[in-house]
Design a protein around this ligand. Structure first.
Ligand SMILES: [Zn+2]
Length: 137
C-alpha cells in the first residue's frame, strides 16, 4: 500500500472534508496545518507531476477546478480567487501527488484567504465545504 497521504484520502483511509468528487478527481478542504482552508483539486490516480497525467486526467482537473471555483465565488463572494499548482521538492511540496490549490483572496492581501474566518480552524471546514457543495448544486 502506498504511503502517499493523498492516495489514502482518495481511498477513504484518511477522512477529508470533501467538496466535489467525480471518477477522476477528488476535491477537498485542506486538512493541513500549513494552509488550512485551501481547496485542493487532486487527480485520484497517483501521479507525482503533470507529466504523468494523460489528457483526460488533465482535463478533469481543469474542469473540476472551474466548477468548484465558481461555487466558491457564488457561496462566499471573495474579491478574487487564485489557482496555483506546485509540485516537487523544489516547489516546497511535501505531498507528491498532482493537485491544484484554489484560494479565495482579499484584494491586495497577500496570502490571506477570504473565508468568513481567515485561516479557518478545522472545525469550520465542514461548514464551508457544505456551502460549496450546495453552490455546485
Ligand atoms: Zn498518491
Amino acid at each position: 500500500m502506498s504511503d502517499c497521504v493523498f492516495c489514502k484520502i482518495v481511498a477513504g483511509q484518511i477522512p477529508s472534508t470533501k467538496v466535489y468528487e467525480d471518477e477522476q478527481v477528488l476535491t477537498f478542504m485542506d486538512l493541513g496545518q500549513v494552509n488550512p482552508g485551501h481547496v485542493l483539486v487532486a487527480v485520484k490516480k497517483h501521479a507525482e507531476n503533470i507529466y504523468q497525467l494523460d489528457e483526460s486526467q488533465a482535463a478533469a482537473v481543469a474542469r473540476a477546478s472551474a466548477r468548484v471555483a465558481k461555487a466558491i465565488r457564488d457561496a462566499f463572494k471573495p474579491e478574487g480567487l487564485s489557482v496555483y499548482q506546485a509540485n516537487g521538492k523544489a516547489a516546497g511540496q511535501t505531498v507528491f501527488h498532482y493537485h491544484v490549490h484554489l484560494l479565495p483572496r482579499h484584494q491586495g492581501d497577500g496570502m490571506e484567504l477570504t473565508w468568513p474566518v481567515k485561516n479557518p480552524p478545522r472545525e469550520k471546514l465542514e461548514e464551508y465545504a457544505a456551502k460549496i457543495r450546495t453552490a455546485i448544486g
